[in-house]
Design a protein around this ligand. Structure first.
Ligand SMILES: C[S@@+](CC[C@H](N)C(=O)[O-])C[C@H]1O[C@@H](n2cnc3c(N)ncnc32)[C@H](O)[C@@H]1O
Length: 223
């Protein structure tokens, strides 16, 4: 069954990708394509026995793939969208009790991280282009507040890189902005600058399928 591509949270629209469903379990065609390469990359960077906090977990399929790739980690999914949280809870049984009950985290709120536990790593996949820029700023600030020095933040999605930007990402940017002028494919340099100001260094930039990037930031030691 196809589900709508957006739902309402508070008084504003929250963007969701196209999804199929089997009872509460939602299945995202994009997650079906990217979850294996993402899980493989995450498996190489997450600390041993990491407690991972994911922002905007969507269907919950990335949590399952990452936990299946790394038997030592535990995963905290989250999403402002209630239907997505139900799907995350329904998928959690695939990971031997290592996926917690989802949190209702909305990064439009400055204090979103107040009850987000004590993670060792943060993961955010395909969220920052389809939410207002303040979400990226709050993501970096919350990561700085929550994570210990040396901890990773993993971002996945499309980016603009000046003249090197893929035409498909420029077109995607235009279509996002017609849906909501506050959305858009972010400039990699702007994202790096926000994380730099929050105390993170960009450790790696990895090309992924269909002109997406995996970015790994590390929290610097306090100076
Ligand atoms: C395109 S979907 C990606 C879902 C999932 N991460 C994936 O890659 O399959 C965007 C997700 O971002 C979430 N989202 C949108 N606005 C958000 C916000 N303000 N704070 C946290 N998550 C948000 C949506 O609810 C949705 O689950």
């Amino acid at each position: 069954m196809k589900t709508p591509s957006s739902s309402l949270s508070s008084s504003q629209t929250i963007a969701l990708e196209t999804r199929d469903s089997d009872a509460d379990r939602l299945m995202s065609p994009s997650a079906a394509r990217n979850r294996a390469p993402i899980a493989e990359l995450l498996a190489g960077i997450l600390p041993e026995n990491a407690q991972v906090l994911e922002i905007g977990s969507g269907t919950g399929e990335h949590a399952v793939a990452a936990c299946q790739a790394r038997a030592d980690i535990r995963w905290q999914p989250s999403d402002p969208d209630a239907q997505s949280r139900r799907s995350q809870a329904a998928w959690a049984s695939e990971a031997d009790g290592r996926i917690s009950a989802p949190l209702a985290l909305d990064l439009r709120e400055a204090d979103w991280f107040a009850d987000a536990g004590a993670p060792d790593a943060l993961v955010c996949i395909n969220v920052i282009h389809i939410s207002p820029w303040i979400v990226t700023e709050h993501l970096a600030a919350g990561a700085a507040a929550l994570l210990p020095a040396g901890a990773p933040v993993y971002l996945y999605g499309p980016y603009q890189e000046g003249d090197a930007t893929a035409p498909s990402n420029l077109e995607f940017d235009r279509s996002l902005k017609t849906r909501n002028p506050d959305w858009g494919v972010r400039a990699l340099a702007d994202v790096v600058a926000v994380f730099d100001r929050a105390g993170f260094v960009l450790e790696s930039r990895t090309g992924m399928p269909t002109n997406n990037l995996s970015l790994v930031f590390r929290k610097r030691e306090a100076s």
